[in-house]
Design a protein around this ligand. Structure first.
Ligand code: FAD
Length: 632
């Protein structure tokens, strides 16, 4: 019987990050997956990033995860979304060569020390009772072997009792063409975990050779600047990647009519699907019935790789029968001769309601069992990767008897994600939005490295060189800001009013600091550099764009950022009020039973967390504060 420190079940986005973190932190680790050929596969859209998701991906990178580096090696298009909106929502989005992304991730796993990569369908958890506690001891695979481990991380995605629906047809599968995991959910129930049912869906894929692109809107990538998810990717490698265009098409009234006429054949509407789907990622039939007044919807055409003609049709996720899908496609402008390569489908699967997990992602029922990714009720690669990384880190820390790493929601989107899941639970697949963070002006993708690299370094996941680079950036931002504050310019510098007029800003008559100039909405750091060339002894040209962008954002949005920092200060004062683990909520007579039950189950570690639990009122929080004060 083979023995490991940590076993990870699942080779998806959560499982890969968990296994890499565990192995890189020195644990003897094994990752199990149903098929070695589908490690790191993007089940749905061949892309990473976009609002809030890019924030998560950058945070994963800053903590030493793999997702950012992997997409930088395999993207076929990259650009920044929301460039006209504020910096909080500005976000990087990359289109992946889907198979290259998966292959690259598999290669990384296979070349990581301490990590065994094993194909096997895990059918059972080995759990033993010790002193009245259930403790994980390992796993069994369907092939009949048992593997022992001190901790197990479950990251099984949409595979638990996965059931695919296409119109009137349904069949078991974890994803199209892959086995579903039928025994493991029974084992989870047997050891006392509750299971719920969610659903998600994926769109039709078209043969790109059969599309008339001349009538569609082109969306090229951005090659004008260095864009990358990971700071550890070399600029020249990111800039050197060949990029290909995406396109936009639209549905129309005819397509909507086809969908309306097929309503009774949709498993979503005829009662066949019971699981709840992601409200913010609806199928096309959902959109047609939810927004009857809209006479068109956008469709985003994304090629799935350099070497394939398969085109992903973002926005056309569906569970309608294949004949209806054929009819829909033929009636879209530019698709008159289009040939479908893969049909859209919906999938229902078991998940574990996140009330089951602690803030460390460890199960409340079985000790040393951790859960990460879609199994916790989330949706999305970045959400999965973030949890995988944290589960990996915390499993290692637990085995080493070290303090857990619980990220604060004021410091990261990863913290926000886990706090939301654990404190509030979710009754639909949870995906991240910038609106979920009350501190979004501070939690930007551009400062993820400044916020989290130090922690990644302390955990042993970030190399010294990268840590030093980030610390230099932090120092340089301070130095440049001071220079800008202290440097005065006047109209005698010919470049000042030249730039101001060019930018549509009013010219200056008297002196101004460079900082005041940069604060003007239309003036960029590049303009300040240009002006500074006329100032003797001042040299700003050697600072890189990453650093100067940071200065620009912090100067321009200083007021907003300071407001966010004040809120964070207030928030931290609540987070710093710890709740002792031995608190007996039954002593607090004024707290209603429902709130008490939740507090007892979720076991918040501080007052801030307690206050975010749904059903716990401000009066209950006051009662806890008074009680703690009296206890001394
Ligand atoms: P997955 O990526 O699903 O990986 C699960 C892994 O676990 C696989 O490697 C599998 O082999 C392994 N596994 C499962 N059971 C066992 C077992 N018993 N033994 C061994 N290995 C096992 N997300 C979005 O953000 N937007 C979307 O539009 C979207 N649409 C989707 C449509 C479909 C059809 C599907 C299937 C998923 C969709 N998703 C979407 C979700 C996205 O794919 C997941 O959120 C993400 O992949 C979850 O990552 P994960 O690591 O948790 O699980």
């Amino acid at each position: 019987m083979q023995e490991f420190d940590i076993i990870v079940v699942g080779g998806g986005h959560a499982g890969c990050e968990a296994a890499l973190a565990s192995a890189r932190m020195g644990m003897k680790t094994a990752i199990f997956t149903i098929s070695l050929d589908t490690i790191g596969v993007m089940s749905c859209n061949p892309s990473l990033g976009g609002p809030a998701k890019s924030h998560l991906a950058r945070e994963i990178d800053a903590l030493g995860g793999e997702m950012g580096r992997n997409i930088d090696k395999t993207f076929i298009q990259i650009r920044v979304l929301n460039t006209r909106k504020g910096p909080a929502v500005r976000s990087l989005r990359a289109q992946a060569d889907k198979m290259a992304y998966a292959n690259e991730m598999k290669k990384t796993l296979e070349h990581t020390d301490n990590l065994s990569v094993i194909q096997g369908m895990v059918s059972e958890l080995v759990v033993e009772e010790e002193n009245g506690k259930k403790i994980i001891k390992g796993i069994k695979i369907r092939e009949g072997l048992e593997y022992r481990a001190k901790a197990v991380i479950l990251a099984t995605g949409t595979f638990l009792r996965g059931l695919i629906h296409i119109g009137e047809i349904n069949f078991s599968a974890g994803r199209m063409g892959e086995l579903s995991s039928e025994d493991l959910p029974l084992s989870l129930e047997k050891v006392g975990l509750k299971l719920g049912r969610f659903k998600t869906g994926t769109p039709t894929r078209i043969d790109g050779r059969t599309i008339d692109y001349s009538v569609l809107e082109e969306q090229p990538g951005d090659k004008s600047q260095v864009l990358k998810f990971s700071n550890r990717t070399k600029d020249e490698d990111a800039l050197g990647r060949k990029q290909i265009s995406c396109y936009i098409a639209h549905t129309n009234e005819k397509v909507h009519e086809i969908i309306r006429n097929a309503k009774e054949r949709s498993p979503l509407f005829n009662g066949t699907i019971h699981g709840l789907g992601p409200r913010y990622c609806p199928s096309i039939e959902d959109k047609i019935f939810r927004y009857p007044d809209k006479n068109q919807h956008h469709l985003f055409l994304e090629r799935e790789g350099y070497e394939t003609n398969e085109i992903y049709l973002g926005g056309l996720s569906s569970s309608l029968p294949v004949d209806v899908q054929e009819e829909m496609i033929k009636n879209i402008k530019g698709f008159e001769n289009a040939k479908i390569m893969r049909y859209a489908y919906a999938i229902e699967y078991d998940y574990v309601p996140p009330e089951e997990i602690k803030y460390t992602l460890e199960s409340r029922t079985v000790e040393n069992l951790f859960l990460a990714g879609q199994i916790n009720g989330t949706s999305g690669y970045e959400e999965a990767g973030a949890q995988g990384l944290m589960a990996g880190i915390n499993a290692v820390r637990k085995l080493r008897n070290e303090e857990p790493v619980i990220l604060d929601r004021a410091d990261s989107y990863i913290g926000t994600l886990i706090d939301d899941l654990v404190s509030k639970g979710t009754n639909e697949p949870y995906r991240m939005f910038t609106a979920r963070s009350e501190y979004r002006l501070y939690l930007r993708e551009d400062n993820a490295d400044l916020r989290l690299t130090k922690l990644g370094y302390e955990l042993g996941l970030i190399p010294e060189e990268e840590y030093q680079r980030v610390e230099k950036k932090r120092k340089d931002v301070g130095i440049i800001t001071e220079i800008l504050t202290k440097t005065n310019v006047g109209p005698s510098n010919p470049r000042v009013n030249e730039i101001l007029l060019k930018r549509g800003e009013s010219p200056i008559k008297d002196g101004s600091t460079l900082l005041e100039l940069l604060r003007r909405p239309e003036v960029t750091f590049e303009d300040i550099k240009y002006i500074s060339e006329e100032i003797k002894g001042l040299d700003l040209k050697d600072y890189n764009q990453d650093t100067t962008y940071q200065v620009e954002i912090t100067v321009k949005y200083e007021g907003y950022i300071n407001r966010a920092l004040k809120m964070i200060e207030k928030h931290k004062s609540m987070e710093n009020k710890k709740i002792p683990t031995d608190i007996d909520y039954d002593d607090l007579k004024t707290i209603p039973k429902e709130a008490k039950d939740k507090l007892k189950r979720i076991k918040p570690i501080n007052i801030g967390q307690a206050s975010r639990i749904s059903g716990v009122s401000p009066a209950d929080i006051q009662a806890i504060l008074i009680y703690l004060k009296m206890r001394g």
